[in-house]
Structure formats: C-alpha cells, structure tokens
Design a protein around this ligand. Sequence first.
Ligand code: PLP
Length: 378
Amino acid sequence: MEERGMSREAIESLLQEKKLADLAYHRILSSMCTYPHEIAVYAHMMFLESNLGDSGLFPGTKEMEDKVIQMVGALLGAEDACGYISTGGTESNIQAIRAVRNRKKREGMRDMNIIVPETAHFSFDKIADILSIDVKKASLDEELRVDVNSVEELIDDRTIGLVGIAGTTEFGQIDPIKELSELATEKDLFLFVDAAFGGFVIPFLEAHYDFDFSLSGVSAISADPHKMGMSTIPAGCLLFREKSYLEELRVPTPYLTTKEQYSLTGTRSGAATAATYAVLKYLGREGLKKIVGECMRLTRLLVERGTEMGISPVIEPVMNVVALDLPEAEVERVANALAKRKWRVSVTRKPKALRLVIMPHIDEETVHAFAEDLKEVR
Ligand code: PLP
C-alpha cells in the first residue's frame, strides 16, 4: 500500500481499467453464474453492510434469511425445512456432510465414508480433506447418472451418507434420487442432494423429476440462488429436513448478539441474502419458470444447430447444460480455437466433450453466432 491515498478520479479510472480486463458474460458459455437480476443488485447495495454473522444486529436481514429458507424449502417439497444461506455450493456441501459426520462422531464412529457419484463436484475432494472422511466414487450408467447398484456395492459399515446430484456440473444430468432415497431409507443412511445448479431449474422444467424433500429418504438439499436463482454472489441455500442435523453444526458465540452460529464462515454477507429475498419475491415461481423456459428453448436451439453440422450431444440435455460430442483428440483444439474468437467454453472430464451452459445471459443471436464460429473452427 502507498503511504498517501489516491484521488477518487484516479481510483475510478483504475477500476474501469480492471473492469475492462474482466470478461463480459455475453460470450461466456462455461459458467454457472450470470448477471444478477436488477432487483437483486438493488437489494444487495441496500444491505451492503449487513452481517448475518451477528444477526442480532440485523434482525431485518435475519427475517429475510428465514423467509428465503421457507420459500426455497416450499419450492423443494418441505416448507418447514430448516437451514441457512451459505456462500454457495461448496460451503453447503461441506456443511451438509459435516452435520452427519458430527452426528456419527458423537456416536463414537471413526474412519467414516460417504458415497458420491463419479460426476460429483470437486468440492467433495475438499470435503475428504477437511472432514477427514473417505469419499468413495460410484460409477455411472450410460446416461451419466449414478449407477445405484454401484452405490449399493460401495456401502460398508463405515458409510454415513449417500450423495445424489440433481444437475451435475458437467452434464446437467439428474441422478436417480428416488432410488437413492429408497436405498438410504433401507440402509438408514443420510442422503444429501446436491442441487446447487438444478435446485432453481428442475422445479420449472416441463418434465417432472423426483429429486427433493417429497422423497422421504432425502435428508438435506443444497440449491444456489447465485446460479440459476438470479441473485448476487455469494448465495447458497442449505436445507435440512430435520432441525437436529442443523443442530450438529451449532457453535456457541459468546460475545455476539446471538448465542450460536451454524455457518462455516463467521462474518456473512447479509447483502446476498437481501438480494435473494428480493429476487425470489419479485419473480415468483412464474418469473423463474419463464427464465428456465427461455434457457431450455435456447438449449434446444443449440442442440439443433449442432445436429445440423453433425455434432450430437453426449446425452439429450435434461437442463440448460449441453455437452457436445466431438472426437476426443479434437475437443481441446476446438475449445482453444473458440477462445481465440472470444468464446469461453469448457471441457468435461469423462467422457471428454465440449461443455456449454446456456445461462440467462445467452440470447438467440448469441446461440447462432456461436454455432457459426463452431462450424468454422471444428
Ligand atoms: N455442486 C454443484 C453441482 C455445482 O455445479 C457447483 C458449482 O458449479 C458446486 C456444487 C459448487 O458451487 P460453488 O462454486 O458455488 O461453491
């Protein structure tokens, strides 16, 4: 840091310069984030200083958090679910598994493991490290859903929980949560559904999928408002069916206005909570459905354009994620050639494919422009 501060004008110009170095979302097809809705930005700015880490000082923000948990709980099949607003999918995943790990540790269990699909987000590798548990990976079926037989085979007397994904990061696939729920019930295991992406998509799709608390074996769900919920970063919802699991995360906070905390972070943005509350109230289910409907229309259009040039998707897209099946040796070259044309795409791990996420910042013109460039560089 310099000894003397700079003028406001100089700072503004520095910020402009950095802003220009950042990419604008309109050619980004690799991200699960997007521009937040205008009402979310308004609410975020209004509650910038609010800290839910000491929520007794911010009862208005706390009320909004409770209301969001209730709204999202109702959307996901349990109005009386409990939980809190986290920093996103990673924190929610860590905390969901930490809750069951703490429960089992108190009961005297050691050397625990959980079973996740091979497609699980890399945050589960962090979980293995942080929580000192073994994370076993179950294989997939041909449609890239977790194979429930493989999950069952991996269960042993140290298994404390199963994880299903509703909207896999790379393929947008939904695991057979109903079968996982039955298995979890039969084996008396905790079942966590990672719906970080799908939580704000699946309820609004034309097809119906069983994936939420309406399945009695589902113990906890995460769904991120900062992905398809149109809110600001950082906003994730972690929901438990039973309060007793949330209680496993309780830490006494002696010198704060509230007596306990459940989150992983201490100081916690009230701004993103206000943003989430505002945008969910503003859009309602109808507004979110419209957004998902448009993303799905454009997803189908992109698949059509791909098919015209002889490129098919690895799986028929279930939600607004498309993995295009190019010859394995070609995928990186095509991704790099597209990057030279200022597109940002990503590459899946297994099978290798060109991954495109059709977020609300993508419009029809962009899909066509992208398809034309893809045709030229492939
Ligand atoms: N879970 C899933 C299914 C995801 O797709 C992601 C991120 O894309 C995460 C968890 C992690 O979310 P975050 O980046 O908000 O921590």
